[in-house]
Design a binder for this molecule. Structure first.
Ligand code: ASP
Ligand code: MG
Length: 418
């Protein structure tokens, strides 16, 4: 018998019929002898609707009050799900985040969980109940409602699993696992049976959006085995089969992981970025800071950064930003930074893409970068920027080559083969 936390996303609880299906699925696990804590999101589209309502009143909604509004979506689904379970003869009880208490910091709209009180949940589990807890929400030290950022119920589920030392956290969603790359781009993409936390974090950072990145970081830090699996399968699928389905995000030491031995686990891509180059910057201490300091102060995230080797006392600095921050960053650099550091020019390009290969095996294999660059060269794809970590190589290329680059890399690293 295991303690399992199961999270169901907005689509999975998007209608009364789907909520009944979730209840059937949960009831099946309960009948197999497991203890369950279930975390639903709001019904699909509901959080968007609530935020839009708030924006009709205030263009920039007050952050505290926005949380009061946005947190209601999950209060509906926990109640409905508890009822659907009761209807199947399963003892169940629902709690909001503040009833539990899921305590967070006070950063409204993007709060971080700091602690979870287990008392009520433990007592209910002991009494044989399925406990249904609202995702996405918490309460700060002064009893203000908070929410954890969009997609935050993934983090709620993983945090509950960590606090309760659950055996596994199941994230049910509308895809059946983590793939070697986006199957919409590459039909040969395969579902990974296992992947490490480190790889998942790199893939999420590189554009793969199966789970909220914060949830994966949480799972890695507190070592919560987390399984991504489909909520679209038959709810009556035997428990033993469901328990092996999807993708398990796990530790490198997991014996399953050692068996897979892939050098590269996935190809990720991101078309949401833009590139900025600051030309002919005086090559002296403090210049990178003079450029990127104001960018950071304006809350603009910078990703790939490349500085050229200096020539004649001058250098160029290039970096990428989120495409939605592109105009703001360009304006800031031209109006404030350029007059100050006296660079020759600031140019930008928002038709770029980032393509990354990710894999733990990179650490013990030489020549992976060379193989990646050769593969791209053979297709005539020019590499504009390169950055690497221990388990990831990222290139910035022209956006129109994204699909081609992903496809040829997927093939070159034999990700289409079992
Ligand atoms: N309902 C929230 C959202 O849409 C949280 C979640 O779905 O994870 O962002
Ligand atoms: Mg969601």
């Amino acid at each position: 018998m295991a303690l399992i936390v199961q999270k169901f996303g907005g689509t999975s609880v998007g209608s009364v019929e789907r909520i009944r299906n979730v209840a059937r699925r949960v009831a099946k696990w309960k009948a197999a002898g497991h203890d369950l804590v279930v975390v639903p999101s709001a019904m699909a589209g509901e959080t968007d609707r609530l935020i839009a309502l708030a924006r009709q009143i205030q263009a920039l909604p007050d952050p505290r009050e926005l949380d009061v509004v946005a947190a209601t979506g999950e209060q509906v689904t926990i109640g409905l799900l508890a009822m659907a379970l009761m209807d199947l003869g399963v003892k169940a009880r629902s709690y909001t985040g503040w009833q539990v208490k899921i305590v967070s910091d006070s950063a409204h709209n993007k709060a971080r969980i700091v602690s979870i009180d287990q008392q009520r949940i433990r007592a209910d589990i002991h009494a044989g109940r399925v406990v249904v807890v609202a995702g996405f929400q918490g309460v700060d030290g002064h009893d203000n409602l908070t929410t954890l950022g969009r997609g935050g119920s993934d983090t709620s589920a993983v945090a509950l699993a960590a606090a309760l030392k659950a055996d596994e956290c199941h994230i049910y969603t509308d895809v059946d696992g983590v793939y070697t790359t986006d199957p919409r781009l590459v039909p040969e993409a395969r579902r990974l049976r296992h992947v490490t936390f480190e790889e998942m974090i790199e893939m999420a950072g590189a554009g793969s959006k199966v789970l909220q990145i914060r949830a994966v970081e949480f799972a890695g830090k507190y070592r919560v085995p987390t399984r991504v699996l489909s909520s679209l399968t038959d709810p009556a699928l035997p428990v033993e089969e469901e328990a092996r389905s999807g993708t398990l995000i796990t530790f490198e030491e997991d014996p399953h992981m050692a068996m897979e031995k892939a050098v590269i686990s996935g190809v990720a891509f991101n078309r949401d970025e833009a590139k900025i180059t600051v030309h002919d910057v005086p090559d002296r201490p403090g210049v990178a800071y003079a450029i990127l300091g104001p960018i950071a102060d304006s809350n603009i995230d910078v990703d790939v950064i490349v500085q050229n080797i200096g020539h004649d006392g001058m250098t160029d600095l290039s970096f990428t930003v989120h495409r939605t921050d592109y105009a703001k960053a360009m304006k800031l650099l031209k109006s404030q930074v350029q007059p100050h550091i006296k660079c020759r020019d600031v140019t930008g390009d928002d038709r770029i893409a980032k393509v990354s290969i990710v894999g733990m095996g990179m650490r013990s294999h030489a020549g992976i970068a060379a193989q990646m660059f050769r593969t791209l060269a053979e297709e005539g794809i020019n590499i504009q920027m390169i950055s690497t970590s221990e388990i990831k190589i990222t290139v910035v290329i022209e956006e129109k080559y994204t699909e081609l680059a992903v496809r040829v890399l997927h093939k070159a690293f034999e990700l289409d083969q079992e």
